[in-house]
Design a protein around this ligand. Structure first.
Ligand code: AMP
Ligand code: MG
Length: 325
């Protein structure tokens, strides 16, 4: 059940100084000067008490407050702190302010691509599965999903390694359509949900590669311009590491699940199952008070960080990518 072999970013990664993730309560809407409010003293005292609790005490407190009791000590610590912070801010008359409205939906994407064992560095990965899982950030539930396989053009024959890894068979891709046709249906699906028009949304991926490598390479192969709506996304590994204060090596999919006290459901490296499990982590993080926000973008083909101070904008309305001349 190993699912941690996705190639790591080899591109120089964006700086880690921004968390891409902040507490999802009204405190983030305040200006710095407002932190003199006595409510912050109360929050700080509560945090001190929580920091002195051992794992059993944290778990017992979570149970008493009817919070999820799963996860490692750091996760329980963060969950409790967030609970008290929210409670105290709610009670405080000073809490609030208009601020940025949050995304209505988060759309998780996890591509599967052609590959070989120990992919040569110049290997051109082609997308063979395009899955999406839609999270309603108000109900904190998965509300819909999309999945299509894609016929690769440069290397139409899948390697045995790729078939074993992803569970995608030669017949599945033979019967599938090429990427330009599939992306049209992806766009139509997103439009049908009124994302980017009626509803504010953001894309979310596990790592930087889905957009900066797989989609970027595929668009060049298919002679399409990179779609505007996919230029910014939430990299959940980065958000997770910053929120729960864990090292980068502990933010692989299985690691995140384990530390949250959850198990992988489905088949690892099936794009749709991977997306569902990433969505489960995102929902858990939102429930724990993390305001997942866009933290990476592509600029002129280069992967860059989005600073935490950037306004919380939703992705633009999805449109069919134009062909490159
Ligand atoms: P994942 O989302 O982890 O399933 O990985 C996405 C894609 O990365 C896969 O479809 C493969 O193309 C590639 N990949 C993942 N793990 C490996 C591996 N161990 N060796 C070669 N390619 C891999
Ligand atoms: Mg995957």
């Amino acid at each position: 059940m190993e699912n941690n072999n996705k190639p790591e970013n080899t591109k120089p990664g964006p700086a880690q100084e921004d968390s891409g993730c902040s507490n999802g309560d009204s405190s983030s809407k305040r200006t710095q000067g407002d932190f003199s409010d006595p409510v912050y003293k109360e929050i700080s005292l509560a945090n001190g008490t929580i920091n002195r609790m051992n794992k059993d005490e944290l778990r017992a407190k979570c149970a008493e407050l009817k919070l999820d009791t799963r996860g490692v000590k750091d996760v329980l610590n963060k969950r409790l702190k967030n609970y008290y912070k929210k409670q105290k801010l709610k009670q405080s008359a000073a809490a609030g302010g208009p601020g940025d409205t949050y995304y209505d939906y988060i759309c998780v994407v996890d591509f599967e691509a052609t590959c070989e064992e120990n992919n040569p560095s110049d290997f051109l990965h082609e997308i063979i599965e395009f899955p999406m899982v839609l999270i309603d950030t108000h109900s904190l539930e998965i509300v819909d999903s999309f999945q299509e396989y894609v016929k690769p053009e440069l290397n139409p024959q899948l390697s045995d390694f790729c078939i074993q890894l992803t569970g995608i068979t030669q017949e599945m891709v033979n019967e599938a359509e090429s990427f330009p046709r599939v992306i049209r249906r992806v766009v139509a699906w997103l439009q049908e949900k009124e994302l980017g028009t009626k509803y504010k949304y953001a894309l979310l991926t596990d790592g930087s590669w889905d957009m900066s490598k797989f989609l970027y390479t595929q668009c060049r192969i298919s002679q399409l311009r990179f779609p505007q709506f996919a230029k910014k996304w939430i990299n959940i590994r980065k958000s997770y590491g910053n929120y729960y204060k864990v090292a980068r090596g502990q933010t692989k999919l299985n690691c995140m699940l384990t530390n949250l006290g959850m198990e992988y459901e489905g088949r690892p490296h099936c794009g749709l199952d991977d997306s569902r499990n990433i969505a489960r982590i995102a929902i858990r993080m939102l429930k724990d008070g993390c305001q997942l926000r866009v933290n990476e973008h592509l600029h002129g083909g280069e992967l860059q960080s989005v600073p935490i101070s950037a306004p919380l904008e939703g992705a633009p309305p999805p449109q069919r990518p134009k062909t490159r001349n």
